[in-house]
Design a protein around this ligand. Structure first.
Ligand code: PHE
Length: 353
């Protein structure tokens, strides 16, 4: 692994902010990627990593993904992401002290980075930060409560899956389609419910078997062993947990027609987009299909406070964005990843002019 300073030296983003929080032994890493469309804004992830370099790489990649995410939905924010690298699971008091230290950094940046929840942090953590810091997204202006982005992200993924099914098969109906969800957490669970309601056959896999069994029973789905995810025959594989599950080995095994899920950084490398295309598997670029949470936060901040209104905005916007990407890819004979990149790049270069 490259050493941290080398990662800072060679990155194409704006800056990487580092702070060590001594009480918890955590590193706070904030990657500020781009501010062409607005202030760098992205979630705060709390996780353990093998080394500081791994945490920096994750923050930098996710921050670049946020630049593309905001551009893809045309909202006035820039790309950024925070990683709170914890040495071990933290007890409540230690977690508090880390969040307090993090809040001080956010305050010091004076709106130069805005944030919300991501893997390992909760809306309640965000409410705590927001008590003394104005840089938190998703706090409802009327109730003061933090908005869970999960259901909004899930709504966007549902719309994206619908668009993908319409593109790959005749007709957009999800009824009878076999859809495998990998990871039923904050996004995977509401997605599973939405798909079941739409008449899909939902296959559920989670590292926690109790969790997948409980949900499968509730919605009338089936569970799939985590080991068997890639070899499972299905119409849609929806990665909704960790990133980098799509790689050379998994693509070779896949027996699905579509990859469309909520995880960030689903592809291990960009070449995997070509590998999927070569196998005739339709891929919904992650930062397009998973932008529903970001979109809801942006629209909440712009004054839309009604939940149903936010959900229907997400449904329409993400569905249309995913559809446009597939359309361009098809017309121009390029991968969907390349089509999504060009779309985001077009928005950014317009703004630079
Ligand atoms: N972490 C989520 C994402 O990556 C939601 C989020 C969006 C949080 C924007 C903060 C800001 O999309």
């Amino acid at each position: 692994m490259t050493e941290p300073f080398e990662l800072l030296r060679t990155w194409d983003g704006l800056a990487t902010v580092l702070r060590f929080e001594p009480h918890s032994g955590a590193w706070i890493v904030i990657a500020l990627h781009d501010r062409t469309l607005g202030s760098p804004t992205g979630g705060s992830r709390m996780k353990s990593y093998p080394s500081l370099s791994d945490a920096i790489v994750d923050a930098q990649r996710l921050a670049a993904g946020m630049t593309a995410k905001w551009a893809g939905i045309d909202r006035p924010y820039g790309g950024g992401k925070a990683v709170l690298m914890i040495p071990r699971p933290l007890d409540a008091a230690t977690r508090r002290s880390l969040l307090t230290g993090y809040r001080d950094v956010l305050r010091g940046l004076e709106g130069g980075f805005r944030t919300g929840p991501d893997m390992g942090t909760t809306p309640e953590d965000m409410a705590f930060l927001a008590q003394a810091c104005a840089s938190v997204m998703g706090i409802h202006p009327e109730t003061g409560k933090p908005l869970d982005p999960g259901p909004f992200t899930a709504q966007g993924v549902l719309a994206g899956i619908r668009a993908a099914v319409a593109h790959a098969f005749d007709g957009a109906t999800l009824s009878g389609r076999r859809i495998l969800i990998q990871g039923v957490g904050d996004v995977g669970e509401p997605l599973a419910r939405g798909l079941a309601e739409a008449g899909a056959t939902v296959l559920i896999s989670d590292l926690d078997p109790a969790r997948s069994e409980k949900l499968a029973q509730m919605i009338g789905g089936r569970t799939v062993d985590p080991e068997a995810v890639f070899t499972m025959e299905c119409d849609v594989y929806a990665p909704c947990a960790v990133g980098a599950t799509v790689d050379e080995a998994s693509v070779a095994e896949m027996r699905c027609a579509i990859v469309a899920g909520s995880a960030n950084n689903q592809l291990a490398t960009d070449r995997d987009a070509e590998r999927l295309a070569a196998r005739g598997i339709l891929y919904a670029p992650d930062w397009v299909i998973n932008a529903g949470g970001a979109l809801a936060y942006a629209d909440l901040r712009a004054g839309t406070t009604d939940t149903d209104q936010l959900l229907s905005d997400v449904d329409r916007t993400i569905g249309a964005a995913v559809e446009a990407v597939f359309h361009t890819a098809h017309e121009e004979g390029i991968t969907s990843l390349e089509a999504a990149r060009r779309r985001a790049e077009r928005r950014l270069s317009q703004a630079r002019k």
